[in-house]
Design a protein around this ligand. Sequence first.
Ligand code: SF4
Length: 193
Amino acid sequence: MGNPEAIAFRPIGQNCFAGFIQTLQFKNRMKIAVSACLLGEKVRYDGKDKKNSFIVDELSKIATLIPFCPENLAFKTPREPISIVKIDNEFHIISNETKRDLTKILEEQAKKELLRLKKEKIDAIIFKSKSPSCALGSTDIFDRNKIYKGNGIFAKMCKEEFQNIPMIEEIDLKKREEFLKKLNSKNSFFLKN
Ligand code: SF4
């Protein structure tokens, strides 16, 4: 086995990524927190999942995946979909059909998920894009007559709490090399013999 510090990161093509990841070995098995719906858990508002094969079939070989879902904790599944609405300069969680303000309920449960992830001492987080809870910059924020993109409620809390760990949305896993490089700065990997 070579000296891990001596092996530089090698650029790779996206197509051979699955093969490449099998050649990686981390000094310590990492813990990566992942939006539960990406792991195939049926916790979305409509009772479905958004299973991501790369995470479930490949990343799971080098990391322990820790699921989280603040919405399922707060409202159970299935549930009415929600949106982020800016009212008087503050972000509110409003149910799409009944227009109830669910901000406090979601924030309380999101704090519990945050505490759990803190105890787990996670090394990275993968978020589901476009979600009003989990999105890292890709959810719609409704502000009177305009709509812009921003963070989900839980992702925002995570950004404030975990300032030094890599975070990514599943749609950005195209930039897997970059993500692995960031992980590598915390937990050097090396190639198996
Ligand atoms: S809250 Fe997050 S983990 Fe739960 S279903 Fe929505 S995107 Fe997935």
